[in-house]
Design a protein around this ligand. Structure first.
Ligand SMILES: [Zn+2]
Length: 133
């Protein structure tokens, strides 16, 4: 929907500067939308296959690990679309990820750890796409 809306706006622009501004904006919004969608859908997919019994509960718990983004509140500015989360926010650092890896070994925390590691992987993929935008 974002892509279609952006395409209609971009096609209606006549000024080159407007075109560049809106195409950059639309690319960012599309990337942001897909990133958020992935944070919701990928844990669901993993829950369906890795935690077959009570997969809906596992999905909910893994989706809730998005709370890890609360560490953005410690940064200034709080939101910077050009900043990669990985390595720049306390709970997105390598030591934190190592702890998430260790938490995988504790059965009671395995779902949370899986959600956190999926979150880190998706953020890393987003950082990769930032290089090209
Ligand atoms: Zn994050």
């Amino acid at each position: 929907m974002t892509v279609i809306g952006c395409s209609v706006i971009i096609l209606s622009l006549s000024q080159k500067a407007d075109f560049l501004y809106f195409s950059t904006y639309c690319l960012f919004m599309t990337r942001f939308f897909l990133h958020m969608l992935a944070h919701l859908l990928v844990p669901g997919l993993v829950a369906r296959f890795a935690f077959k019994q009570r997969w809906q509960r596992a999905w909910l718990i893994m989706a809730a690990t998005m709370i890890v983004d609360a560490d953005h509140l410690l940064s200034s500015p709080i939101f910077d679309p050009n900043r990669c989360s990985i390595g720049n926010h306390l709970l997105h650092t390598e030591p934190a990820m190592a702890i998430y890896g260790v938490l995988l070994l504790i059965p009671q925390l395995r779902i949370i750890a899986t959600g956190l590691l999926i979150h880190m992987a998706l953020d890393a993929i987003d950082c990769y796409f930032q290089l090209f935008s």
